[in-house]
Design a protein around this ligand. Structure first.
Ligand SMILES: O=P(O)(O)OC[C@H]1O[C@H](OP(=O)(O)O)[C@H](O)[C@@H]1O
Ligand SMILES: O=c1cc[nH]c(=O)[nH]1
Length: 506
């Protein structure tokens, strides 16, 4: 079928075209099928339908297709039905619970990177691995394929240090303290992070308030060699490029399947040439890992995958039942972390967790004798060396090194969530805190989030503020407050959970 080109100048990250329903029917394709589009170049694109946006006889081509075809308005192209890529059948195999071969995993990852799979197919892959985990071999192949399909950094010195959190605990801004502490002690730490996956602000969402986070592998290497460390966004590089594409699917589903988590983290570590790595595994209700037993199992899996990849991995099982520090959401978290760097004032949970993790890295990297890493990390915070190093990191990434925590703008619209009665806070729901911050606009609205005045175990008086919700946009603040009323993020002892006065529906 010959159709006339109608460029649509929108980037969708994939080869996608839009056809009028009548033409699509005549061609025998359905929404989500592929068509081959030919002129001097040939490409396979995923089809969307429309009844009115594209007239019969035309084909809407999104930016990526337009770039390849280089056809102007109303020039003609040949369009014919195309087969699904082989990797779509591999996804089907995963859905059916069948084991994959190594070359199938490689093909799948290559097609993920080349955007040959639709979001529906990717979501099916993620969901299937959430329901049935991949085997150890499959997970190793997935990790290796993720490393090999992107750029890799090779440093000429060693050791190369790294840390990563599996996420799941709100307010986990420790990377902003750990990386400068480690780098200030002469170790190299090229830290790549993802954006929020199940949370309201990933480290990349936080760091980009202070400096750009998108860099090439070469730039990451040069910056690390210059100042000792960086804090950049994995998805902004060509390092393990499949990772961010999968995370984009995980985020709306709010899932982080075990094998994907392992591959996502370890691919980022492997690709930057990390040799000694500390993994933070937050544990507790409302996190990804509910108890110590499950935490130990994950630690074993991370260590064993590390061994397969030639990396020395130590794991820290950390307290995750309440947020780290007292802020959740990008700007609030950055403000809290910078304040600790500048003044040493801040919540104990944030300082203690940061120095423990940094201390483990200092010991593994040989900067401190075993058992003395925490002390050295604390001293590096106290004597201002960590702050000075953070300024260097911000500067080398193109931010303003003179920034202070006082300069960090937080949402201008606020609402307080008050204690409903006198008593002690007996429940603090991580997931509800995250949801509240997300309703307020985090992580995309940088100023949105939650400031926590009272944590689990603290006493409150009726009417006292327990949380302050911040939003950049008034409507989002209203959404967040409505959510908090319906799903209270905290419980005070003695609070009425629900009044039940009839048996119907119980
Ligand atoms: O959104 P959830 O699932 O909580 O966690 C995702 C966060 O956890 C990791 O933290 P880091 O890079 O070690 O600081 C990721 O990179 C990301 O920032
Ligand atoms: O980077 C990360 C962190 C947690 N989980 C992931 O899948 N990737």
């Amino acid at each position: 079928m010959q159709l006339k080109v109608q460029p649509i100048d929108i980037k969708v990250g994939k080869y996608k075209v839009v056809m009028n329903t009548l033409d699509a029917k005549e061609l025998g394709v359905y929404e989500g099928d592929r068509v081959r589009v030919r002129n001097h170049a040939t490409l396979t694109a995923i089809v969307d339908f429309t009844e009115d946006m594209i007239a019969p006889g035309m084909i809407g081509v999104y930016h990526e297709v337009q770039e390849q075809l280089r056809k102007e308005w109303t020039e003609t192209v040949d369009v014919e039905p195309a087969e699904k890529p082989k990797s779509a059948h591999i996804v089907r195999k995963v859905m059916d619970g069948k084991k994959l071969e190594r070359d199938e995993v490689n093909l799948l990852v290559r097609d993920i990177v080349e955007e040959n799979l639709s979001d529906v197919e990717l979501a099916a892959f993620i969901t299937s691995t959430y329901i049935r985990d991949l085997s150890e071999d499959e997970t190793e192949w997935l990790t290796r394929a993720m490393i090999e399909t992107g750029e890799q950094i090779k440093f000429s010195t060693s050791p190369i240090m790294d840390k990563h959190s599996i996420g799941g605990v709100p307010g986990n801004k420790i990377t902003l303290l750990v990386v400068p502490i480690v780098a200030a002690n002469g170790l190299l730490i090229p830290k790549t992070s993802s954006r929020a996956i199940t949370g309201a602000g990933g480290t990349a969402d936080l760091m980009e308030i202070l400096a750009p986070v998108d860099f090439t592998a070469t730039q990451i290497k040069e910056m690390t060699e210059k100042v000792g460390g960086v804090i950049v966004w994995g998805g902004g590089t060509n390092i393990a490029p499949a990772d961010d594409k999968l995370i984009k699917i995980e985020y709306p589903l709010s899932v982080d399947p075990h094998c994907q988590l392992l591959a996502s983290i370890m691919a980022k570590k492997g690709a930057v040439g990390a040799q000694k790595v500390v993994m933070d595994i937050p544990i507790g209700p409302g996190t990804k890992i509910l108890d110590v037993k499950a935490g130990r199992k994950l630690a074993r899996d991370l260590i064993s995958l590390g061994e397969r990849l030639g990396m020395d991995v130590d794991c820290a099982l950390t307290y995750g039942a309440s947020p780290v520090g007292r802020t959740v959401g990008p700007a609030l978290e950055v403000r809290e972390a910078l304040k600790v760097l500048e003044t040493m004032e801040g919540p104990n949970s944030l300082i203690e967790k940061s120095v423990v993790i940094a201390g483990m890295l200092l010991e593994m990297g040989g900067a401190a004798p075993r058992g003395q890493g925490r002390e050295l990390a604390l001293e590096t915070l106290r004597n201002g060396k960590a702050l000075a190093k953070m300024k260097e990191i911000i500067e080398v990434q193109g931010g303003n090194p003179d920034v202070s925590y006082r300069d960090i703008a937080v949402g201008q619209h606020t609402a307080e969530i008050l204690a409903p009665s006198n008593g002690y806070i007996i429940e603090f729901y991580n997931k509800r805190i995250v949801q509240l911050a997300r309703f307020a606009g985090a992580p995309n609205d940088k100023g949105a989030g939650v400031l926590i005045h009272k944590k689990r175990g603290e006493s409150v008086a009726k009417g006292q503020p327990v949380l302050t919700v911040y939003a950049d946009k008034k409507e989002k603040l209203a959404d967040a407050v409505r959510y908090a009323r319906e799903f209270p993020p905290i419980f005070v002892e003695g609070m009425l959970i629900e009044r039940v006065d009839e048996v119907k529906g119980l």
